[in-house]
Design a protein around this ligand. Structure first.
Ligand code: GLP
Length: 641
């Protein structure tokens, strides 16, 4: 990587093909440090983090310990943070996390582990925090600090507003951070409001600092931390200016860095069809002129003179990219029967097509491509909506309680008696008691999870009814890895893969829609995509797959940019309304916060905004004006092998 390419970056950023590769390098550096220190009879002092991000590093360190004899006997650790109010044995405490994923699996002496306590008396917090700092100093300071990054740009729990010299302290968590933690705590209401965190100043003192970020969800915050002026509003940016800070990121998280997004502003570019398209679309939006009105001077004055030298005058280039973009638009996502398909994103034949839409959990499909599902179904394709998981972990207790007490009361009201002695109302009563007896953070028993699965199934059925889909077109795969796991502890196996393979073989689809390709592989959607990928490899070579088109859609807030869209499906105002109505059915997924005070939007509002803004982007570059657009990128099965 030349310095020129990095000229917009204020922090040294290494981009790796995937998180596994980056994590192995970080783990190897840590192992090297531990062994070097051991060689000179010293301790290695590590600063450790939690979240999904460091998991692959911990996995690799455990492997190095087990298979290559790496000893943690001389390692002293200081964790970044802990939720305030959580005892160390609480399943969501960072104490549990660290012992489960690292400490419990290596030979580190217990007394060399330091994690802030969440149980310090309020009156003693200040002294406790000062003492935590002193302990780090007494250990000789941190040799190596690893970090993840939250979506607000926080490191540790240093939420926006934290100053660059802040110290270990009690902090009030912001609403986005609490929303992101809601999945761990089975509901936003259960997420603690406070945490103890080491300060930005304390973190900055470490000799070497490595921040990691995986997946699309971190794209924007990463770009800001790396390329914009440092600001307290984005605490990770306060790492700028420290000499030994490096960011390790995967390709998906690096997408928005200038060197990848607009490489022609950074240095010489080897022009290919996709980069030419990106450049012209970017120029059109940058100078606010539709493609066909771009002039040679626009190219020359905006760093694209090179492109003209290589491919000719603006006039021909404009027409080429205009047509390319125009040809991504189709009202027939399943292909238009009996029509010339030479310039359409989908083939006319076969018709009707068998289509499988995969979603990590019910709602992802409708939110991200509800309009397209409606069109496919309406135009005669045989659409199957396949849900990898039940999504029951994301259903609040309150909803299950409501349903169980309704069943229970209904029986009493109607004075129903079960035929064989045990009635449904009684069963509901038993589960209800269990639900009431459990503390909000306790894991759900299998029967409570089942009730919650049914809540989401019913929402999915209601939503698909809005889209005019027959209820028997829905397939709830309820993959076992999800039912027997929790967030950050999922362990997919061959059993899960087999279920996906069987569905593919049963349907032999002509079209598959799938998401999660650029998500953090540790997240639920990332895990589901990896399973899909393995399943696809297992059916590789089967004839149907050779004729199958794979379409990738993206999650809310991570939609495909204009230059990546290979198929744009316009939605009429009525169709958008229909989709929003369908999205509305996912009552269990509504925000648990009073949104008016948090500045966030409900998911149906976000999906509405996204589809409208994609249509606007098309319109800005000179395409017809549509109400809304859903965008897809075509993947080649071979790219996934
Ligand atoms: C929490 C942790 C941070 C972590 C962030 C991102 O806020 N306190 O240390 O970086 O979550 O989590 P993830 O790695 O799961 O994206």
């Amino acid at each position: 990587m030349s310095r020129q390419e990095e000229q917009f970056e204020r922090i040294k950023t290494r981009v790796h093909t995937d998180s596994g590769e980056a994590a192995r390098i970080v783990a190897a550096e840590i192992a090297e440090l531990i062994e070097r220190k051991a060689g000179s009879g010293d301790q290695a002092v590590l600063g450790l983090a939690t979240g999904s991000t460091p998991l692959p590093v911990y996995r690799e360190l455990v492997r190095l310990h087990r298979e290559e004899g790496l000893s943690f006997g001389n390692v002293v650790t200081f964790n970044l943070d802990e939720y305030y109010g959580l005892p160390p044995d609480h399943p969501q405490s960072y104490h549990q996390y660290m012992w489960r994923h690292l400490f419990g699996q290596v030979d580190i002496p217990k007394e060399q582990v330091h994690i802030p306590s969440g149980m310090v008396d309020r009156a003693e917090v200040f002294d406790y925090c000062a003492d935590y700092e002193r302990k780090i100093e007494r250990a000789g300071g941190l040799d190596y600090q690893i970090l993840g990054i939250g979506r607000t740009g926080h490191i540790g729990f240093n939420v926006p507003g934290s100053t660059s010299d802040s110290k270990t302290r009690l902090i009030r968590l912001d609403s986005l951070t609490r929303r992101d933690a809601a999945r761990d705590f089975l509901g936003a209401a259960n997420v603690p409001r406070y945490a103890i965190t080491r300060g930005v100043g304390t973190i900055r003192k470490a000799t070497r600092i490595v921040l990691m970020a995986w997946g699309q969800a971190k794209v924007e915050v990463l770009r800001q931390a790396v390329e914009e002026q440092p600001t307290e509003n984005l605490p990770a940016s306060l790492l700028q200016g420290r000499p030994d800070v490096r960011f390790f990121v995967d390709q998906a998280a690096s997408e928005a860095l200038t060197r990848f997004r607009i490489p022609w502003l950074v240095g010489p570019v080897s022009w290919t069809v996709p980069t030419i398209r990106s450049a012209v679309l970017w120029l059109s939006r940058a100078v606010k002129k539709p493609i066909l009105k771009l002039q040679d001077s626009d190219y020359n004055e905006n760093g694209l003179g090179d492109l003209l030298t290589e491919v000719g005058a603006a006039y021909d280039l404009n027409i080429k990219v205009f047509n390319q973009t125009q040809h991504t638009i189709t009202g027939w996502p399943g292909g238009k029967p009996n029509a010339d398909d030479s310039n359409r994103p989908e083939r006319a034949k076969p018709f009707p097509k068998r289509v499988v839409v995969f979603a990590a959990e019910p709602d992802e499909d409708v939110l991200c491509m509800g309009g397209t599902i409606h069109r496919l179904n309406n135009q005669g394709s045989e659409v199957t909506l396949a849900y990898f998981t039940s999504g029951n972990l994301a259903v609040p207790d309150g909803m299950a309680r409501q349903i169980l007490s309704l069943m229970n009361e209904l029986e009493q009201e109607l004075n129903l008696k079960g035929a064989d002695g045990v009635s449904l109302g009684q069963v509901a009563g038993v589960i209800l008691k269990k639900l009431q007896a459990k503390s909000p953070q306790e894991d759900d028993s299998a029967d409570i999870r089942q009730v919650k699965s049914l809540v989401r199934r019913n929402e999915a059925r209601d939503a698909s009814r809005n889209l005019k889909m027959a209820p028997d077109r829905l397939r709830f795969l309820d993959l076992p890895f999800y039912e027997s796991g929790g967030y950050r502890n999922f362990q997919p196996t061959e059993k899960d893969e087999k279920i996906v393979v069987e569905l593919l073989r049963e349907i032999e689809p002509h079209q598959i829609y799938v998401s999660g390709g650029s998500a953090d592989p540790g997240s639920l959607s990332g895990l589901c995509f990896q399973l899909f990928r393995k399943a696809l490899q297992a059916v590789g070579g089967e004839t149907w797959l050779e004729e199958c088109y794979l379409w990738s859609y993206r999650g809310i807030g991570q939609e495909w940019p204009l230059n990546a869209i290979d198929m744009a499906v316009p939605l009429s105002p009525d169709e958008l309304a229909l989709k929003i109505e369908a999205s509305f059915q996912y009552r269990s997924q509504r925000s648990q916060f009073p949104l008016r005070h948090s500045g966030h939007k409900e998911i149906w509002q976000q999906t509405d905004d996204i589809n409208r803004s994609t249509a606007e982007a098309y319109n800005d570059v000179g395409m017809a004006e549509y109400e809304a657009i859903e965008g897809f990128k075509r993947l080649q099965p071979a790219d996934l092998f």
